[in-house]
Design a protein around this ligand. Structure first.
Ligand SMILES: Cc1cc2nc3c(=O)[nH]c(=O)nc-3n(C[C@H](O)[C@H](O)[C@H](O)COP(=O)(O)O)c2cc1C
Length: 276
């Protein structure tokens, strides 16, 4: 066995890691990603055929979802004893390449990895107030991804139905359903593909950190599809200096039993192993 092989996880470890990473949230559960595992590293690409439409928002959803699976993968690798060095957009058609070094898992990574299978996009009403300091903690976490987090003023969003949320800058008189949740907005200083990938990584980190704290979340981009609402939110919350990329509804607990996980694509379908 040469040095390259000695410093790289075996195929079954990588299959387990990618299987765990596949639990990442994605818009419409589209899972629009592809993995290429080589002898020295792992590459992530977007599967554009799985985007839901041709709009700017549909493209953004793919990049956010790929950012989320990238972060899930880095967490799963860390828990398996492999530290990642991530190079974003290293070449055309590649969103990220990950190279790996063996390193014992830290407590933080183990905690996040353990939360992966418990996190769900929970669209039910939330109950109870958040523990003091929760939002500050998430703001600090997001900054590590160059992502700003702020709270959407309560008067500016509404839960309109079973799984329907809206921003209320263009108020049509819609009634807020009974709800005790905070709505967070994740925003970036630029509005390009790299920023959207990073916002997806932050979205993953925040939802896993919340799950590790026993809190419930639901990522949302649907309410940002209306460009006027998105701009109004940017102006009100960030003084026009940052671009909203995603929302996360955050609460203490949801009404009802734990949600069953929606289906995921098997690793064999998303991954090419090129180890020869
Ligand atoms: C970028 C992104 C955008 C999303 N937008 C919405 C949304 O607008 N409304 C919604 O109900 N869920 C939204 N979700 C949640 C997904 O529907 C959910 O992650 C997916 O169905 C898988 O379910 P799970 O997260 O419980 O595993 C979004 C998720 C991501 C990553």
């Amino acid at each position: 066995m040469d040095d390259v092989d000695a410093a790289f996880p075996d195929t079954s470890t990588l299959e387990r890691v990618l299987d765990l990473a596949a639990n990442a949230p994605s818009a419409g559960n589209a899972q629009p990603w592809r993995w290429l595992v080589g002898r020295r590293g792992v590459q992530l690409a977007a599967d554009w055929q799985r985007r839901r439409g041709d709009s700017r928002s549909d493209r953004g959803d793919v990049l956010l979802s790929c950012g989320a699976v990238l972060h899930h993968c880095v967490v799963a690798l860390a828990a398996a004893g492999w530290a990642s060095r991530v190079h974003r957009f290293p070449e055309a058609e590649v969103l990220a390449s990950i190279s790996l070094d063996p390193r014992p898992a830290g407590a933080g990574s183990l905690e996040l990895a353990e939360a992966i299978s418990r996190r769900r996009a929970d669209r039910r009403p939330f109950r109870g107030t958040l523990p003091a300091g929760t939002i500050e903690q998430l703001v600090v976490r997001a900054a590590r991804f160059d992502v700003e987090v702020s709270v959407v003023p309560t008067a500016r969003w509404a839960r309109l139905g079973e799984a329907e949320y809206a921003l209320r800058y263009d108020d049509d008189g819609a009634q807020q359903l009974d709800e005790e949740a905070a709505m967070l907005v994740l925003a970036t200083g630029t509005d390009n593909d790299l920023a959207r990938l990073r916002a997806g990584e932050a979205l993953s980190d925040l939802t896993l950190a919340a799950a590790a704290l026993g809190l419930v979340t639901c990522p949302l981009t649907e309410p940002l599809r209306d460009p006027r609402s998105r701009l109004a939110l940017a102006c009100e919350v960030f003084d026009g200096a940052a671009y909203p990329q995603a929302l996360i509804r955050l609460g203490q607990q949801s009404v009802g039993e734990p949600l069953p996980p929606p289906g995921r694509r098997p690793v064999a379908e998303t991954t090419t192993f090129a180890l020869g």
